[in-house]
Design a protein around this ligand. Structure first.
Ligand code: HEM
Length: 543
């Protein structure tokens, strides 16, 4: 009776007073008195409460009945104006959805997304981490979605959101620019660093770094880890080619660690908290790494101002000038140099690790790569040029086939500003859409096999399919599409080709040591942005 104790007494009192006599209440009488008084208690006290509860309940029931989806999966309301149906697929567990980021040993990152992609059609809906999402696959569907990018009633890029990034990530990065004009301007100016001529000028320094790492691997008699070699190689491209730094041998590991600490910080969801509070960033590893990297870029800009342009990407960004004389600001140069490191390192290193794995699993393919490189070397000499790389057609096919099997699985999330219809399916306003490259590759009619073997790493890796128009995959988009298509595609392809062509010239045989488990399956790392074989070690035999 706790909440109504006083009122029960009050009610008794009123009955006693109304009978006009003195009453001693014994226990049974007490119960009867209580029974008698319940209606009046309810009348006096509970009615407003019950009424409030009932009203709330009613409102809730109306909400659930009117749009159960929006209730159980907040944010997943439907645009009732649109006649198009929602995509197929289930939103998953109410309020929670699916953990699409979860990976597994036999699949790698995004195993859950992979499972859902296999189960559903080309366009399907899911709910994850509080967001209603639509996965879009198929080249035509993806083009149809992305053509709305940057329109006021179209789609914008979501990810973390520019306002949350702060000093550590850089507010001027192309990746977070959702303003149409600003994005176009940044891309035009940054594009000058990615032209065929600009990339060709960087080939000698990329080759020098590839040679260094391959020679280091060949020096040891032990098994070497792909991971170490490829990550160090792409991190070297970052300081040597992208930033154009002249690091002393002893400073190279410091630079590598700084990039790793900085990117680890950015990929950690908790990092955003300290970086929203100005000044706190310097107390974190990622913040200190960002300060070091910014310092290096500042030093290089001062050098460029003193000595004039050189062949680095940073120099191209610094001197890029638009037709109307617009140039990138100092902050734009710094932030976007960092972005190129962020976007280019992990992607190229992971793809190289997969390519090396597939080449070691397929000695026949490796031998063909070697035969081609021997011919190229005989024709163009030891020094790699853009011509030599362009004519390395089989090597090109190896990399494309690697990216067909292991593309970036989850494209950037785009928030849909006004409902769009793709292939007859509604993607409602305020939902998020992303392009699903792996499902696109899976469903490509020119490679499709009923048993799924066209995506199998053992049976499906066939670079030869790229050599003829009739067998060439038609649905291939590992670099995305539309206005945000990867700006570093040419540089990435060049880095990967340079490394693998030097490897093929210097190494006769690679044998895997640790990568395949007892069930003869490849073991994958689980928690990265791109698939990477775990424990990938091999022994190398020099050519
Ligand atoms: C194997 C190598 C690579 C792959 C598979 C890859 C893939 C991608 C993908 C899928 C996107 C997103 C496109 C979209 O959302 O529409 C992207 C964007 C981007 N990539 Fe790459 N990338 C690679 C290498 C590089 C390299 C080497 C760089 C630079 C040095 C780079 C810089 C960028 C940038 C700056 C963007 C954002 C473009 C924008 O928002 O306008 N990428 N990349």
């Amino acid at each position: 009776f706790f909440p109504t104790k006083g009122l029960v007494q009050q009610s008794f009192k009123s009955q006693i007073i109304s009978s006009g006599s003195t009453v001693v209440l014994h226990k049974p009488q007490c119960a009867t008195a209580l029974q008698m008084s319940i209606p009046s208690i309810i009348n006096t006290v509970q009615r407003p409460r019950i009424a409030a509860c009932a009203l709330a309940f009613l409102l809730l029931a109306v909400k659930v009945v009117r749009d159960p989806r929006a209730f159980f999966w907040p944010g997943a309301g439907v645009d009732s104006q649109s006649k198009a149906a929602l995509p197929e697929g289930s939103l998953g567990c109410p309020f929670v959805g699916y953990d699409i980021f979860s990976g597994s040993k036999d699949y790698g990152p995004f195993a859950k997304l992979g499972q859902l992609s296999k189960k559903n059609g080309k366009i399907f809906k899911i709910y994850s981490y509080g967001y209603p999402l639509v996965s879009v696959s198929g080249v035509d569907n993806i083009k149809s979605l992305l053509k709305n990018e940057f329109k006021d009633d179209g789609i914008g890029t979501f990810m973390i959101g520019k306002q949350n990034i702060g000093k550590i990530f850089g507010e001027n990065m192309l990746l977070y620019e959702n303003n149409n004009e600003k994005h176009s301007m940044l891309r035009r100016l940054m594009g000058t660093a990615m032209t065929p001529g600009a990339i060709a000028a960087g080939i000698p320094s990329i080759q020098e770094r590839a040679n260094y790492h391959i020679n280091e691997m060949l020096k040891t008699n032990q098994a070497v880890k792909f991971e170490d070699a490829f990550q160090s190689f792409t991190l070297d491209i970052a300081w040597k080619q992208i930033l154009g730094l002249d690091l002393k041998e002893e400073e190279i590991p410091k630079f590598h660690d700084a990039v790793r600490d900085w990117t680890d910080g950015m990929l950690n969801p908790f990092f955003l908290v300290p970086f929203k509070v100005p000044g706190l960033e310097k107390y974190t590893k990622a913040g200190r790494a960002a300060t070091y990297l910014r310092g290096k870029i500042e030093e290089k800009i001062s050098k460029l101002e003193k000595d004039g342009p050189d062949s680095s990407t940073l120099s191209k960004l610094y001197y890029a000038t638009d037709e109307d004389g617009t140039r990138l600001t100092r902050e734009q140069v710094i932030d976007n140099s960092l972005l190129l490191i962020f976007a280019g390192t992990e992607t190229s290193a992971s793809t190289l690790r997969c390519a090396a794995l597939f080449l070691t699993l397929h000695p026949d393919v490796w031998n063909k790569v070697r035969a081609e490189q021997n011919e190229i070397k005989a024709k163009y000499g030891d020094d790699l040029t853009s011509e030599a790389l362009e004519n390395s057609v089989y090597l090109d096919a190896v990399i494309k086939e690697t990216l067909r099997l292991q593309p970036v699985e989850l494209g950037e999330l785009r928030k849909v500003k006004e409902s769009v219809v793709v292939d007859g399916k509604q993607i409602p306003k305020k939902w998020y859409a992303f392009f699903n490259a792996k499902q696109t590759h899976y469903n490509d009619p020119s490679t499709y096999q009923e048993d799924g073997s066209h995506m199998d790493h053992f049976k499906g890796f066939k670079p030869d399919r790229w050599l003829s128009e009739s067998t060439k995959p038609k649905e291939w988009m590992p670099f995305g599409d539309g206005r945000r298509r990867c700006i570093g595609e040419r540089l990435g392809m060049t880095e990967m080709k340079v490394f693998l062509s030097m490897l093929a010239r210097k190494v006769a045989k690679c044998e895997l040591v640790n990568t395949i488990d007892a069930d003869h399956e490849i073991v994958w790392q689980k928690g990265n942005a791109m698939a990477r074989p775990a424990n990938a070690e091999c022994t190398l035999v020099a050519a």
